[in-house]
Ligand binder design. Structure first.
Ligand code: ADP
Ligand code: NI
Length: 191
């Protein structure tokens, strides 16, 4: 079995019961985005695709143990260098860690993961995440609506590739329209 297929099957078991916005569909969308973004880039395509499949396996918010990725990588027919590049790329994608990507592979995966957090899909995932945490639908400091200001509206200006910047701009504008409308309706100012 090839490494990509084995990895997809492994990741499917990991994300099977997720309802916090990290389901397999998120992973598959990130993989598709990576495929669009890596066109014409000089990157190790297998490393990048494996990293995309594995990028949320050890997400700390989901409480899964460290070591799952390393264990899976050891079961694949990869060179030592490829396996450690996959590890490094995954470690660099997280927004909260605040680290800047040091390879083109990391930049592309970070762009793809961030694109899936904005636009129409980003809006849907935000409320799904909030629902999964039992967060009330209001405009308080800890609300999903506040999450747009805290994080999502900052992402479009942080893209690394030109293609992602272009996609992000249009997704960003769509979120702004949504937020304007949300507040208009909440305040009784819609017409
Ligand atoms: P990923 O690891 O895929 O980049 P995150 O783990 O940061 O994504 O979050 C998963 C989804 O949940 C994203 O769409 C994100 O915007 C959303 N999310 C994260 N934190 C919050 C929050 N405090 N309120 C609402 N949505 C959130
Ligand atoms: Ni993700």
């Amino acid at each position: 079995m090839d490494v990509i297929r084995a990895t997809r099957e492994f990741v499917e078991t990991i994300h099977a019961d997720d309802s916090s916005g990290h389901d397999m569909a998120h992973v598959e969308r990130v993989v598709r985005l990576v495929e669009r973004l890596m066109d014409g880039e000089s990157v190790d395509r297998a490393v990048l695709l494996l990293s995309a499949y594995l990028h949320d396996v050890e997400d700390h918010k989901l409480g899964r143990p460290k070591g799952l990725v390393t264990q899976h990588l050891a079961s694949l027919d990869l060179t030592e260098a490829q396996a450690s590049l996959v590890r490094a790329v995954i470690d660099e994608v997280s927004f909260s860690k605040g680290t800047s990507p040091t390879t083109r592979e990391s930049e592309i995966l970070q762009d793809a993961d961030r694109l899936d957090a904005i636009g129409a899909i980003g809006i849907a995932r935000t409320f799904q995440y909030a629902g999964s945490r039992g967060t009330p639908l209001d405009r308080s400091e800890t609300s999903a609506i506040q999450h747009f200001q805290d994080k999502l509206l900052k992402l479009a200006s942080k893209m690394h590739t030109a293609k992602a910047r272009q996609l992000a701009m249009s997704r960003h504008v769509f979120m702004q329209h949504f937020l304007n409308r949300f507040h208009e309706e909440w305040d009784g100012k819609d017409t």
